[in-house]
Design a protein around this ligand. Structure first.
Ligand SMILES: *[C@@H]1O[C@H](CO)[C@@H](O)[C@H](O)[C@H]1NC(C)=O
Ligand SMILES: *[C@@H]1O[C@H](CO)[C@@H](O)[C@H](O)[C@H]1NC(C)=O
Ligand SMILES: *[C@@H]1O[C@H](CO)[C@@H](O)[C@H](O)[C@H]1NC(C)=O
Ligand SMILES: *[C@@H]1O[C@H](CO)[C@@H](O)[C@H](O)[C@H]1NC(C)=O
Length: 308
């Protein structure tokens, strides 16, 4: 009863506000819309790009990155002295007509590299003659969240149930693709797996889900009404760190001298310390035990050197 009442109230409120604010895109605030929300002819296009977006689903990561880099917003802010610039994670991508990353990215320069379907670099950089024969799919994303210290820990079960529901509801990801959630306080580990054969028309891509999630955690939600309220058992879950690892269907092709022999699954990683925002490439390998071990941390050193 009460919920019906609330739903009705909500509808009234939404309708009331919609008359001022004709039509909007709930899943992407970086849009301009025209038309009428409730007669199904609300058309929204990306700010600065004019590309049409489907507001019943997530916008692709490629288009979001492009909109972010094309948008004049925030351009005037200077980078604070000594701040670390996340160069590798952020570039102005080329997207295809469906909004997917093109296999080869050059950031509008003469230096090019190949990316996976999550837009993460998976080869060394080369010149503009570089070829990338196909877009390799990222079929596994694993996310490690670290929550703020708290007196009582949550139960494993509560954490798993809440996060599963949360990801499913907020990012519209089918539960089948959330293959594991494990909790070892204060770390929560989430596995998202989705290969090309499994993905059905209309399914959101795990790479887009991870990007929306990352933005939510960083407090710069892509949703129009953000209300990012992650909670477990009615208690807020405050995340202070997030690491997102991208695992591709095929091994990345970095200069092989860097890889240890016997590597089975190689993982490309973007680590996001919430405030600093660094991009690090970590090569991990899967051992027969199923555990993951970092065998090499590359590039953080390189980037630090470049910056110092
Ligand atoms: C892409 O280009 C922008 C602007 O020129 C630059 O700031 C950024 O570092 C470049 N990113 C990469 C990955 O090269
Ligand atoms: C895709 O995933 C399903 C379910 O995990 C698995 O059975 C299938 O073999 C996978 N296909 C490929 C091409 O990896
Ligand atoms: C928009 O996305 C929804 C959900 O994936 C899908 O059912 C619908 O067909 C899409 N609409 C268009 C115009 O592509
Ligand atoms: C977040 O959600 C919890 C549980 O649903 C609720 O108790 C709390 O009031 C919410 N907080 C905000 C700021 O919406």
């Amino acid at each position: 009863m009460e919920s019906t009442f609330q739903a009705t109230l909500f509808l009234i409120l939404v309708t009331a506000s919609a008359s001022q604010d004709d039509c909007f895109c709930q899943t992407n605030k970086w849009t301009i819309c025209a038309g009428n929300q409730y007669s199904n002819n609300c058309q929204c296009t990306l700010l600065g790009l004019g590309q049409q977006v489907n507001c019943s689903t997530l916008t692709s990561k490629c288009l979001l990155m492009k909109a972010e880099l094309s948008s004049p917003r925030g351009r005037n802010f200077q980078k604070p002295e000594g701040a670390f610039l996340d160069n590798d994670g952020l570039y102005n991508p080329d997207c295809d007509d469906e909004g997917n990353f093109k296999a080869r990215q050059c950031n509008q320069t003469d230096t090019c590299w190949c990316v996976n379907s999550a837009g993460v670099r998976r080869t060394d950089k080369g010149d503009k003659n570089m070829k990338c024969s196909e877009l390799v799919r990222t079929n596994w994303i694993f996310i490690n969240l670290k929550h703020k210290e708290r007196e009582a820990t949550f139960s494993d079960r509560e954490v798993e149930d809440s996060l599963r529901q949360f990801i499913h509801k907020r990012y519209m990801l089918h539960q089948n693709y959330i293959t594991a959630i494990a909790y070892d306080p204060p770390i929560i580990h989430i596995d998202l797996k989705q290969n090309a054969t499994q993905k059905r028309y209309g399914d959101v891509d795990i790479a887009d889900v991870a990007y929306y999630f990352e933005k939510d955690i960083k407090g710069i939600s892509v949703f129009r009404q953000s209300m990012f309220n992650l909670s477990v058992n009615k208690e807020p879950l405050d995340i202070e760190e997030v690491l997102i690892y991208y695992v591709d269907e095929k091994l990345p092709e970095f200069s092989m001298k860097r890889l240890t022999p016997g590597v089975i699954a190689v993982v490309v990683v973007v680590i996001l310390a919430i405030i600093i925002g660094i991009t690090v490439l970590v090569i991990t390998r899967r051992r027969s035990s199923g555990k993951y071990k970092k065998v090499e941390i590359k590039e953080m050193g390189e980037m630090r050197r470049e910056n110092s």
